[in-house]
Design a protein around this ligand. Structure first.
Ligand SMILES: Cc1cc2nc3c(=O)[nH]c(=O)nc-3n(C[C@H](O)[C@H](O)[C@H](O)COP(=O)(O)OP(=O)(O)OC[C@H]3O[C@@H](n4cnc5c(N)ncnc54)[C@H](O)[C@@H]3O)c2cc1C
Length: 296
């Protein structure tokens, strides 16, 4: 039996109820709807299960990836010779006390937002901490206070310190830390936040190509610029590689227009980077995280 088979058996023996999928089609777990198969995927349902699975993978020398809703991921068409641990809705859970909230890392931001205010970002609480997700001038760093994480094989409760999170960067990202739960504190609000968020969500529906699979903004905002404007300025709206396209509606989004593969998306990312650099001298850095092999 190979290492993956052994890992499967080890996890299954210790946690017979664990939801394990062999050869999981990653197109079903990512918002781009592309990518190959992961050798083994665990749909996690508890912290001990996650902790055990990661330890077992380490022990057997099997690489692993932790994902949430897969809304910021591009997985290689060649698949992943790895264990994927999905911290999704089975690891939700929500508690409120006054303006303090505690949410499981797998809770969707949509559900979290309904319990707090509307947010409109399609990931999980864990993924939002990992990416320091944000929009319209706000970011999750402003409201998160503490997280329960797996770090160095131990379950720890850690306070969020200044400097832990910056623009799309975070000390709460796998593999260094796997987020299990997070505690938030929202400032007292007179209801205007809800109103504001409704307006933002309306703007999203009008300005973003939400009818096509994507991972939202493909690139980070370069300092002093907007990625979408640079891409549009270079005349790249509508540019296609295979089934992947620079959205006509919002040049900052690469969309899966028509049966794209991850290789199509990846090649288009590289092409956009090259053309924008030639046109404006600015280097665009992908915001989307790449999993697996793309080069060669
Ligand atoms: C239509 C659309 C609109 C979007 N709009 C926005 C936006 O306005 N603002 C914004 O910031 N983003 C936006 N995004 C991108 C994406 O939703 C965010 O980055 C989100 O926070 C990712 O969460 P996720 O659960 O899907 O994480 P995934 O995509 O599954 O993972 C992203 C990264 O987080 C890590 N991670 C996931 N869960 C955990 C965990 N529990 N512990 C540790 N690490 C973890 C993964 O290892 C990976 O590195 C958008 C995406 C789409 C498709």
């Amino acid at each position: 039996m190979g290492a993956i088979g052994e890992l499967h058996e080890t996890i299954h023996t210790a946690h017979p109820g664990a939801s394990l999928v062999r050869g999981a089609d990653m197109a079903l777990y990512t918002s781009f709807r592309t990518g190959g198969r992961a050798r083994l995927l665990l749909e996690a349902s508890g912290r001990e299960e996650v902790s055990f699975a990661l330890e077992a993978a380490r022990g057997l020398g099997v690489p692993y990836h932790v994902i949430g809703n897969g809304t910021n991921l591009l997985v290689s068409d060649r698949g992943l010779e790895a264990l994927v641990v999905r911290v999704g809705e089975r690891m939700g859970g929500f508690a409120q006390e006054g303006n303090r909230f505690e949410a499981g890392a797998g809770m969707s931001l949509a559900a979290f937002a309904k319990s707090t205010v509307e947010a409109g970002i399609p990931g999980t609480v864990g993924g939002a901490l990992a990416m320091n997700a944000g929009a319209y001038g706000g970011e999750i760093a402003q409201v998160v206070r503490e997280a329960v994480v797996i770090e160095e094989g131990e379950i720890r409760r850690v306070a969020v310190k200044p400097g832990d999170m910056g623009y799309r960067k975070s000390a709460f990202r796998a593999p260094a830390r796997v987020v299990l739960r997070a505690r938030f504190e929202l400032n007292g609000d007179d209801g205007s936040a809800v109103q504001r968020m409704r307006e933002y969500n309306k703007a999203r529906r009008e300005k973003q190509p939400l009818q096509y699979p994507s991972a939202g903004s493909t690139f980070k905002r370069p300092e002093g610029h907007f990625a979408g404007r640079l891409i549009e300025g270079a005349g790249l709206k509508g540019l296609r590689v295979g089934g992947a396209e620079v959205s006509e509606l919002h040049a900052g989004f690469i969309i899966n227009r028509d049966g794209a593969t991850s290789a199509d998306v990846y090649k288009l990312i590289r092409l956009v980077q090259r053309r924008v650099f030639e046109h404006s001298g600015v280097t665009l850095e992908p915001e989307v995280m790449l999993l697996g092999d793309f080069d060669g």
